[in-house]
Ligand binder design. Structure first.
Ligand SMILES: C[S@@+](CC[C@H](N)C(=O)[O-])C[C@H]1O[C@@H](n2cnc3c(N)ncnc32)[C@H](O)[C@@H]1O
Length: 217
């Protein structure tokens, strides 16, 4: 089966075109505030971008996949997040999709540094992550449905703070397999090292939180 275009981090564009926005835009909208300008890092096909635009936000959507960005309406930037330096500040920066749990410490640092340099003085960094307890709970065979897409985890392997697995997405007669490795992180350590400070939990299951820039001086 031809999976269609796939990003550098293994995401199939066709899967993200099928996935529904779910509750994410509502969480981001509530945290950012009405009319807030939003820099969205790793926007994919605009699954979350488009509802945020409809809610009245001015969104700049960033991704390093041209195939993903081809589907995004509004202002887009084709770039690696770590290299991003727009010379602009935003009311909110969105770092969703557990990108912060990358297994590479240098990538995580680059993601957070990019987020930090685009945050206005009162700006909020809005993050979706895998909390530590997720790493203990996750199991092979776990899954469910997101809209018309079936999702199932396989081959879960733990190695210290790292967890590797394969996720199978299926829709109709098509399926896509994506392997990933993610890292359990200590939030205070990670935020402090990026000159950020925890602000608030944004969801009851603590998979979303907000942070702010530490005051300098
Ligand atoms: C899991 S997808 C999620 C897309 C979107 N956030 C959503 O929830 O529908 C992750 C996206 O982030 C992009 N991405 C991952 N790491 C990136 C990086 N370092 N710089 C730019 N884009 C990145 C990928 O190309 C992909 O489109």
């Amino acid at each position: 089966m031809d999976p269609g275009p796939v990003t550098a981090d293994g995401c199939a564009v066709d899967v993200y075109l099928l996935l529904p926005p779910g509750g994410e835009p509502g969480i981001v909208h509530a945290a950012a505030g009405p009319g807030a300008s939003i820099l969205e890092l790793g926007c994919g096909t605009g699954r979350v971008t488009h509802p945020l635009l409809a809610l009245g936000h001015d969104v700049v959507a960033v991704d390093d996949s041209a195939a993903m960005l081809a589907h995004v309406r509004g202002e887009t930037v084709h770039a690696r997040i770590g290299d991003l330096d727009l010379g602009r500040e935003f009311d909110a920066v969105l770092l969703g999709s557990h990108l912060i749990n990358t297994a590479r410490d240098d990538d995580r640092h680059a993601l957070l540094a990019a987020a930090r340099r685009h945050l206005g003085p009162a700006g909020r960094l809005i993050v979706e992550w895998h909390p530590p307890e997720w790493f203990d709970a996750v199991r092979t065979g776990q899954g469910g449905r997101l809209g018309e897409v079936g999702v199932e985890l396989a081959d879960v392997v733990r190695d210290g703070d790292l967890l590797s697995a394969r996720v199978r997405y299926s829709a109709g007669s098509r399926h896509w397999d994506q392997e990933f490795t993610c890292c359990r992180i200590d939030l205070d350590v990670v935020l402090t090292s990026a000159d950020l400070i925890f602000d608030a939990w944004l969801s009851a299951d603590r998979t979303w939180f907000a942070a702010r820039a530490r005051r300098r001086g």
